[in-house]
Structures are given as structure tokens and as C-alpha cells.
Design a protein around this ligand. Structure first.
Ligand SMILES: Cc1cc2nc3c(=O)[nH]c(=O)nc-3n(C[C@H](O)[C@H](O)[C@H](O)COP(=O)(O)O)c2cc1C
Length: 60
């Protein structure tokens, strides 16, 4: 079995770490992406998430 490194990264912090791990352990990387880009402004993102939680909507 060859484990896969799966990650989600909105603003690339996690992506950088996933790539460092990949370089150490030589595994394939798979990035989970949302259908639509998430907002990059932190306050707007928080507001959007609040609305999603109220409406019980999960990002696709
Ligand atoms: C809307 C929002 C909520 C966040 N909530 C938390 C949190 O609860 N705890 C935490 O440690 N960091 C929180 N963060 C910070 C992110 O986890 C942190 O910036 C992370 O490095 C982002 O990873 P990414 O660049 O791969 O998307 C939050 C960031 C955003 C934009």
C-alpha cells in the first residue's frame, strides 16, 4: 500500500506543509478543492461560514 497525502488549503499554509511532507516521504499529493473559491478576506470568510452554519450548508 502506498499512502496518499490528502490536504485542503484555503490560503496555502497547509499546502506548503503538505509539500514538505511529500518531499520527505515521497508520496503522491492530492489537493481537495471547493467547487467555488472560498473568500480570501478573513472577516468575509467568517461571515460566510456563520451563514453556512445557520443554513446548515456544507461547502462543496
Ligand atoms: C475563517 C477562519 C477561521 C479560522 N479558525 C481557526 C481556528 O479555529 N483555529 C486555528 O488554530 N486557526 C484558525 N484559523 C487560521 C487558519 O487555520 C490558519 O490560517 C491556517 O494556517 C490556514 O491554512 P491554509 O493556508 O492551508 O488554508 C482560521 C482562519 C480562518 C480564515
Amino acid at each position: 500500500m502506498n499512502p496518499l497525502i490528502v490536504y485542503y488549503s484555503r490560503s496555502k499554509n497547509t499546502q506548503v506543509i503538505a509539500e514538505l511532507i511529500r518531499d520527505k516521504v515521497d508520496r503522491d499529493l492530492f489537493q481537495i478543492e471547493t467547487k467555488e473559491k472560498r473568500l480570501m478576506d478573513c472577516r468575509e470568510e467568517v461571515n460566510q461560514q456563520e451563514q453556512e452554519q445557520i443554513n446548515e450548508v456544507l461547502p462543496e
